[in-house]
Design a protein. Structure first.
Length: 228
């Protein structure tokens, strides 16, 4: 099932890239494996997938030893500072930097273990009360402050668009994200390398690609519905 799902998602990514006049290599697929067992992750690995997204630090810690070393674990969910220890040496990137306090604690932990953690700033583009993330109007200021910290490197922006059955209804948010991304790129802030725009999930990744996503995070479309 995973093999067929991956083929279908891959085809849809390619077609969305073609529609937008973009090359397939410009978009990275992150397979969101939260709540899914390592057997299923291995199956995706066998199909060539190396990038997996997880929401909970403990799941990264638990699954990490069961996959080969060239597996990349993306921390995509809200990260509490007391859980940084589970991911600081295991995650390849944190997509969900959403407060200065978290930035400072990540910085401290990264410096301590001698690594630089790539981070994306989570932006609450639709201003949903239920979501984490920096408000778009505060993003530049936030980035200027976080960019001063050692041990982390800001590499772009991430957003979780509203849940919808109608992908088109998120197009405006993705377009605004791309605009914010380019605006911040143009400021050439020291120690900031805006290269990744993480947006689009199973329900809306094609629209996100058309609007400029460089990373899409697809769970259900690859692994099937989650049972919580
Ligand atoms: C669960 C999750 C996804 C994947 O969602 P699907 O709708 O299953 O593709 C992507 N991003 C984040 C941050 C998530 O928590």
């Amino acid at each position: 099932m995973i093999k067929e799902n991956l083929q279908e998602i891959e085809e849809r990514i390619s077609k969305a890239c073609a529609r937008a006049g973009r090359r397939r290599e410009e978009v990275q697929l992150v397979a969101v494996s939260k709540y899914k067992p390592v057997e299923m992750i291995r199956e995706a690995y066998e199909e060539g997938i190396r990038d997996f997204g997880e929401n909970h630090p403990q799941e990264i810690r638990e699954k990490y030893p069961s996959l080969p070393e060239d597996t990349h674990w993306h921390m995509i969910g809200h990260l509490q500072t007391n859980k940084i220890k589970y991911i600081i040496e295991r995650a390849c990137m944190v997509h969900s930097l959403d407060s200065l306090h978290l930035a400072e604690e990540l910085s401290r932990a990264a410096v301590k273990c001698g690594r630089i953690m790539p981070v994306l700033i989570e932006v609450n583009m639709a201003k949903e009360a239920s979501k984490y993330g920096i408000m778009p109007e505060d993003a530049e200021n936030f980035i200027r402050q976080a960019a001063l910290l050692e041990g982390i490197r800001i590499e772009g922006l991430m957003t979780i668009a509203p849940y919808t059955e109608q992908a088109e209804s998120n197009r405006g948010y993705f377009r605004d994200m791309k605009k914010l991304f380019v605006d911040i790129q143009d400021k050439n802030i020291d120690n900031v390398n805006m290269c990744s725009l993480s947006m689009g999930m199973t329900g809306d990744f094609e629209v996100a690609i058309e609007e400029g996503a460089t990373m899409v995070r697809v769970g259900t479309g690859i692994f099937g519905a989650r049972i919580y």
